[in-house]
Write a protein that binds this ligand. Structure first.
Ligand SMILES: Cc1cc2nc3c(=O)[nH]c(=O)nc-3n(C[C@H](O)[C@H](O)[C@H](O)COP(=O)(O)O)c2cc1C
Length: 169
């Protein structure tokens, strides 16, 4: 299918349009988490992406207003779990009230404090390599120290503000 240029006539870049256009791009969802001051802190993020094999880097973007990031950024190591298809409820929980985000979830904590979910599709043990200011978000580059993955189950997909691939309303 060819794209007609009239689709890109100046129509404004208001946040609602941007959110809808950005949401047309499907992504996975990760849990980013660590033990900091004896407490597990973290959140769900769909902005995760692989960046570099050598050196091994991944990234995610965190909203500048995040109340979790000031604690999470102090972690020695940060765990990243690629969520599985059945984790839609877990993703919502990890985006909800901070004090109950990990309630009832089976987690694994490394000696250096990286926290991953026992269940998932892939896991990374990381440290924060660099933070790049990017508008209302900060791009966080994570350096990998270990990685693992399993073939099953399928990953969770986030698309058009919901889970699974979705036709526009
Ligand atoms: C599917 C999904 C994806 C999300 N992706 C991001 C993300 O990439 N970056 C981000 O800052 N917040 C993201 N959030 C929101 C966070 O999980 C969390 O709700 C938000 O950071 C507010 O909590 P905080 O103030 O404790 O950081 C996402 C939420 C959901 C449900």
């Amino acid at each position: 299918m060819t794209r007609t240029t009239d689709r890109l006539e100046p129509s404004g870049l208001d946040p609602a349009l941007l959110r809808a256009a950005f949401g047309a791009f499907p992504s996975g969802v990760v849990a980013v988490a660590a033990r900091v001051d004896g407490r597990v802190v973290g959140l769900a993020a769909s902005s995760f992406t692989s960046v570099s094999l050598d050196p091994p880097l991944v990234s995610f973007s965190i909203a500048t207003g995040s109340r979790t990031w000031p604690d999470l950024r102090r972690a020695d190591h940060v765990g990243v779990t690629v969520l599985a298809a059945h984790h839609d409820g877990v993703a919502r929980q990890l985006a909800g009230p901070a004090d109950t985000r990990f309630a009832g979830l089976a987690t694994v904590t490394t000696e250096s404090g990286a926290v991953t979910l026992a269940d998932g599709v892939a896991w990374f043990d990381t440290t924060i390599d660099r933070q790049v200011a990017a508008g209302d978000h900060t791009i966080v580059l994570l350096r990998l120290h270990a990685a693992a993955h399993v073939a099953h189950p399928l990953p969770l997909v986030f698309h058009r503000s919901g889970f699974g691939l979705r036709q526009p309303a």
